[in-house]
Every structure is written in C-alpha cells, then in structure tokens.
Design a protein. Structure first.
Length: 176
C-alpha cells in the first residue's frame, strides 16, 4: 500500500536507540503539554552475545512492554526479531490512534516493508489523518519511500522534530 500526502516525519539514521530516546523525550514533552500522543518506543534487550538488537516495544500511554525478540532465532537467520510480538504491540495500539493528536512509531523496518509489524498502525494513523513520527534505517529506505512517498525527512535532533511537528500541526489546523 502506498500512502500519499501523509503527515509523516521520518528520522533516518543508524543509531536506533539514540533516536528512540529522542522520540521518548519528545513524546513525554508533548504529553506534558496536553497533546494526545500515542505509540510505541523501542528499547534494547540488553542480552549479551546477540547479533540482533530486537528488544522491547513500550506503549507510550500504558507503559506496557511487548517482547519482540525470540530466545532462539529461526534456523535460516541470526535475527532474534519476533514478528508476533511486534504485531501484538501493534494490535493494542490500533484503538488509541483515532483519538490521538500524534502517533510515534518506533520504526519502519523489515517487517513493515513486508506488510507486517507496525504496518497496520502506520496505515490506521494515515487513514485517520493523524501525523506520524518514525525512523527508518538506510537499508529499508527504498521500501519506505514506496510506502510513504510524501514523508518528510529530518535530522535526528529535537529542533528538527519540533519544527516538523509545528508544520504538521499547523497544516492540520488549516485543514480542519
């Protein structure tokens, strides 16, 4: 599915956990200011000897955590990512989206590129006209731009994210 004219802000960068901390801080700031911010933030698993960094998704509203790693990866890969854990987190988020001001989604990655993972949350937010903030790694950029061709690319810093939010929020007020 391609999303056109999507109010989506995209941070592109290799340091996923630094970006997740940035997203968590901005989400807390916006929530403290009275905005209805929902979504999922990625956290590291802190397990030794893992080539895969899949860890935990934390719900911004409820603080519930969802494991997204397998103890033992499938035989064909060294990746410990548990697609069912990600989709379970996504399912709990779907009911929160329509009544929100902003959705923060931890990332668009290989699951989402294949139509799974958090893809349903991206689609629900866009369909509801709710701005989305996310990140994507370089290796999934082609799939990302096919999925959200009008997404805005930005630096991984507080000022860039705040400027994107102000522009998305202003556009939303004009459209209302």
């Amino acid at each position: 599915m391609t999303l056109a004219s999507a109010p989506v802000g995209t941070v592109i960068g290799p340091d996923s956990f630094a970006i997740q901390h940035l997203f968590a801080a901005k989400a807390a700031e916006w929530r403290d200011a009275g905005l209805k911010v929902v979504g999922l933030i990625g956290e590291a698993h802190a397990l030794p000897d893992r080539s895969c960094t899949a860890g935990i998704l934390r719900d911004i509203v409820t603080a519930k955590s969802f494991l997204m790693y397998l103890e033992t990866p499938p035989a064909h890969t060294s990746c410990h990512l548990d697609g069912e854990g990600v989709e379970s987190a996504c399912a709990t988020l779907l009911d929160q989206i329509a009544d929100s001001d902003l959705v923060v989604l931890s990332k668009f990655g290989k699951l989402e590129a294949q139509g799974g993972g958090l893809a349903a949350a991206f689609q629900a937010a866009i369909a509801a006209g709710v701005p989305v903030l996310t990140t994507v790694s370089e290796k999934h950029l082609d799939a990302w731009w096919q999925f959200a061709p009008d997404a805005v690319k930005m630096r991984a810093d507080t000022q860039a994210i705040e400027e994107w939010w102000q522009a998305a929020h202003a556009a939303d007020r004009v459209a209302s």
